[in-house]
Structure formats: C-alpha cells, structure tokens
Design a protein. Structure first.
Length: 94
C-alpha cells in the first residue's frame, strides 16, 4: 500500500508546474488566484493541476468565502522529497 502511495505522489509531481506549485505552498497557504498570478496561467489550468495534487493527497483546501485556498497536507514530507531530489541531481551531475 505504501508503494502505491509513493507512486501516486511521484506521478502527481511529474508535470513541471506541480512541484513548482508545491514549492510555493511550502512558503504558505495560497488561493487559486494567487497561484494563477504567480505562474501566469489560466485559472482552469491551475485548478486542473491542483485537483491532481489534491487527488494524490499532496494538497487540500479550505474555503474562504468564494475562494479556495490550498495548503500542503504533509509539508515536511514534501520538503524532504525536494531535498532528496536536489541531492540526487547534484550527485548525478558530479
């Protein structure tokens, strides 16, 4: 079961914009319009990416009036994953 969860997480982060969104969410909770403005993308495009991240359990949201504000569900795990990825890239390039 854990291997399936790991595979689902990696699959969700396979598109370049999704890890970038997760990195922004490491800083703080953000609403869809904030994320849209950061990445200069359409709201529907960002919403599709956020839905994939939500389905995989990486993010969740809370409603603030009409806004959907997203946050990482397990920020420490995502941060460790990014650190390991950066170390792998560094050592692979040496």
């Amino acid at each position: 079961m854990e291997k399936e969860r790991q595979a689902q997480t990696f699959k969700a982060l396979a598109h370049p914009i999704r890890p970038a969104i997760a990195e922004k969410l490491l800083e703080r909770e953000r609403c869809v319009n904030d994320i849209k403005d950061i990445f200069e993308a359409t709201q529907s495009n960002i919403s599709q990416h956020l839905n994939i991240l939500k389905y995989s359990g990486i993010v969740d949201f809370r409603k603030n009036g009409n806004l959907h504000c997203y946050y990482l569900t397990e920020s420490e795990k995502i941060q460790k994953l990014f650190i390991q990825q950066n170390e792998h890239i560094f050592y692979a390039s040496v």
